[in-house]
Design a protein around this ligand. Structure first.
Ligand code: NAD
Ligand code: TYD
Length: 339
């Protein structure tokens, strides 16, 4: 089996590559990644010498490059993680989100049509469903929930999902889609809530909580997301969407307080800053379908996963310190300087 993993130098893609090489040591994995600010080749160092692994620096919007690689490698499965993934950046500059997330998805699927594929899997997000109100905890996103996006990021991901389903219906491309809740774990880029708060805590910097911090996210340990995708690409039904989440809802402020407690830092570091524009209130996945049809269940409880994650950031300071000392400083100043 030859699997193309796009965006494999990013957070979830790299974890997926490690997971797959462990679970299926006989599979070949080819990682395609443009190495944007979010891609980090050093993350893939542990597998660079694996004879079943190949890294190719490539933009998924580069039609010629993508087609040439398909011609050379003839992948059986494509798992598309490559995306611009940060909501705040999409609010500042939507253009590149449309380019990579929509046009890049279409380019990959065009190559799949031309060269033939056993499966094209699109890694999507629960954010395509929009948000749920805080005062109705009985509501969850199911696969039938209408798409109702809030940010340029989620709109671009929803557009990609619609294209994927259109390629299934129109061309019979064998596709599946997973829509996952917020991931956390090792190699998470420190612009996102959990790694940003851990890094700032460790540097005794202010912890910028948007608004009151009462927004709710449904957190899933990244390895559990990887196991769900592994199941879907092997056993999932073509043309289907699978929601992935672990019933683990937390308010942002509670997560930040927990990180302070684990790192023995004062809560006085918490600073409430101007809220995100169009900020989604609550995400909550109903994972019944993937549980009933494929037998998937998350393994890691949040209490354990967050400890493991914090320990990883303590043990791998070089990885994130290099990031936060580079271009990231300009990003941070722009996003948080006058907030
Ligand atoms: P990330 O930002 O950490 O990594 C994205 C990777 O894609 C980077 O390595 C980057 O270099 C690469 N990339 C970006 N543009 C590219 C292009 N044009 N061509 C090739 N590579 C390109 O993102 P992530 O958090 O790992 O998310 C991966 C996927 O999972 C995304 O599609 C995202 O929408 C989805 N997702 C993420 C979460 C989450 O909590 N992080 C939750 C649900 C779904
Ligand atoms: P984020 O990690 O950006 O994921 P998403 O917006 O895709 O869910 O943010 C998670 C939550 O944390 C979201 O409600 C916004 C909030 N947040 C902060 O309060 N402060 C921050 O500095 C960041 C990055 C996020």
């Amino acid at each position: 089996m030859n699997i193309f993993v796009t965006g494999g130098a990013g957070f979830i893609g790299s974890n997926f590559i490690f997971y797959m090489l462990k679970q299926h040591p006989d599979y070949r994995i080819v990682c395609l990644d443009k190495l944007t600010y979010a891609g980090n080749l050093s993350t893939l160092k542990p597998v660079m010498d694996n004879k079943n692994f190949r890294f190719v620096k490539l933009d998924i919007c580069d039609r010629e490059g993508v087609f040439a690689l398909f011609e050379e490698e003839h992948p059986d499965i494509v798992v598309n993680f490559a995306a611009e993934s940060h909501v705040d950046r999409s609010i500042e500059d939507p253009g590149v989100f449309l380019q990579t997330n929509i046009f890049g998805t279409a380019t990959l699927m065009d190559a799949c049509r031309k060269y033939g594929i056993k499966r094209y899997h699109q890694v999507s997000t629960d954010e395509v469903y929009g948000d749920l109100p805080l005062d109705k905890p009985e509501l969850f996103f199911t696969e039938e929930t209408p798409l109702h996006t809030s940010s340029p990021y989620s709109a671009s991901k929803a557009a990609a999902d619609l294209l994927v389903m259109a390629y299934y219906r129109t061309y019979g491309l064998p596709v599946t889609i997973s829509r996952c809740s917020n991931n956390y774990g090792p190699y998470h880029f420190p612009e996102k809530l959990i790694p940003l708060m851990i890094a700032n805590c460790l540097n005794d910097k202010a912890l910028p909580v948007y608004g009151e911090g009462i927004n709710v996210r449904d957190w899933l340990y990244v390895e559990d997301h990887c196991s769900a995708i592994d199941l879907i690409i092997h056993k999932g039904k073509v043309g289907e969407v699978y929601n992935v989440g672990g019933h683990n809802e937390m308010r942002n402020i509670d997560i930040v307080k927990l990180i302070c407690k684990e790192l023995d830092k004062p809560e006085s570091l918490i600073t409430h800053v101007t809220d995100r524009k169009g900020h989604d209130m609550r995400y909550a996945i109903d994972p019944t379908k993937i549980h009933d049809e494929l037998g998937w269940l998350p393994k890691t409880k949040f209490a354990d996963g967050i400890k493991k994650t914090i320990q990883w950031y303590l043990d791998n300071r070089d990885w994130w310190e290099e990031i936060v000392s580079g271009d990231y400083r300009n990003y941070y100043e722009k996003m948080y300087g006058k907030r």
